[in-house]
Ligand binder design. Structure first.
Ligand SMILES: Cc1ncc(COP(=O)(O)O)c(C=O)c1O
Length: 387
């Protein structure tokens, strides 16, 4: 099929819920994708923040192929060597206190389960989240989402969700009380335009949660799995080393095979019994092979160090470029803030065959490249932005 045929067929048979770019991706390798028309695009959006190891990383592909030939799926009703290894590996790269994993299939599902776990652990119902945060599109997650119009899509919302101001600990103190089960936040608000908070804010959150018996959840669906220059934002210098009680993950975790996870500490895990949570597909063998291989590839190829050096390189390269106000974010989660709305720049880059992301801040262009992106590839973006 050529592009026009693909487009016409998708438009006819798929519900129109996304404003799509005018290209059909046929294959990918590293930071690059090729279209149905044979054009080659530099993918600085990383397949929607998913392809952390790059497109079709050979080690990951090999692990998935081998697993597919052995057994594609059996649920958590049975044990599995690949699930055992994936869970052990994920817990081993996480912070010491996060000792248990619950596997599911997506980011929104990870957040739904994290909030349920917090409610079960505390016997409370209320959840505090933040203006500008995005947590997914299913009922509880969208009710915790106070970004633009998203929350309204989920009407009637789940009761018991209240918002505080991101970065303002006094606003948290005003709403997080002894009826609050959880505080959930994106430690860097990606969709909102790569908004950051101070390390002191995170220290304050930990204090409020400890004082009031609240479960602290970091939604690391975007910031996790090495993207922000550490395995997780949690525990890093950017958040004053603060360790939450739970972390939620998805996107990069399976290099493109759908998988989500909650990482839980012992004191929260102690409240969870058999049959409290469940999902048919969570922890399936194919997804677990992808998780294990993704974590090993990131480690073996030293991608986390690369993510840090890419951040530095981009910041250095864009210093003094006309029209650019600031670069926000960490590692390979970066927001370039322009003096004015950057929709036309996003389009211009696409015409130069460079895929980037927009955000809900019209002035901020988002980059979520594979963690193995090279400085030379980043320079291709810089060259167009300079011109
Ligand atoms: C921070 C964050 N949390 C949760 C989600 C929801 O993930 P999913 O689309 O896999 O349900 C997203 C998706 O963009 C996200 O960016």
């Amino acid at each position: 099929m050529n592009f026009q045929e693909i487009k016409a067929t998708e438009d006819q048979f798929q519900l129109a819920t996304y404003a799509k770019m005018g290209l059909a991706v046929e294959r990918g390798s590293g930071s690059w994708v090729w279209t149905s028309e044979g054009d080659k695009y530099l993918d600085l959006y990383g397949g929607h923040a998913v392809c952390a190891t790059g497109h079709t990383h050979p080690y990951v592909v090999n692990a998935i192929q081998k697993q597919a030939a052995k057994v594609l799926f059996y649920s958590n009703l049975v044990y599995s060597d690949v699930r055992a290894k994936a869970a052990e590996k994920l817990v081993s790269v996480a912070l010491e206190s996060l000792t248990k994993a619950f596997f599911c299939n997506s980011g929104t599902e990870a957040n739904e389960n994290a909030m349920s776990i917090a409610r079960m652990a505390t016997g409370r119902e209320k959840v505090v989240s933040f203006d500008g945060g995005f947590h997914g599109r299913t009922a509880d997650s969208i009710s915790a989402t106070f970004l633009g119009r998203y929350r309204n899509i989920g009407k009637p919302n789940v009761p018991g969700h209240v918002s505080a101001e991101f970065g303002n600990i006094d606003s948290v103190r005003a709403v997080a009380d002894r009826e609050t089960a959880a505080i959930i936040l994106e430690p860097i608000q990606s969709m909102a335009g790569v908004r950051e908070a101070s390390p002191e804010f995170f220290a304050g959150l930990r204090r409020v949660c400890d004082e009031r018996g609240i479960v602290l959840i970091f939604d690391e669906v975007q910031t996790g799995i090495g993207r922000t220059g550490n395995w997780f934002f949690a525990g890093s210098e950017h958040g004053d080393g603060v360790v939450p009680d739970m972390i939620t993950l998805a996107k990069s975790l399976g290099s493109g095979v759908p998988v989500g996870a909650c990482l839980v500490n012992d004191s929260v895990a102690a409240h969870i019994k058999i049959n409290d949570l469940g999902t048919t597909f969570g922890g399936g063998m194919l997804a677990m092979a992808a998780v294990l291989a993704t974590l090993e590839a990131i480690e073996d190829d030293d991608m986390i160090a690369n993510a840090r050096s890419i951040e530095q390189h981009l910041c250095d390269s864009l210093t003094g470029v006309a029209g650019i106000k600031a670069v926000h974010g960490k590692g390979c989660l970066l927001g370039i803030e322009f003096d004015e709305a950057c929709g036309s720049i996003h389009k211009k880059l696409l015409s130069h065959k460079i895929i980037t992301g927009t955000s809900s801040d019209p002035n901020v262009l988002r980059l979520l490249p594979p963690l193995m992106v090279s400085k030379d590839e980043i320079d291709m973006l810089v060259e167009v932005l300079r011109s």
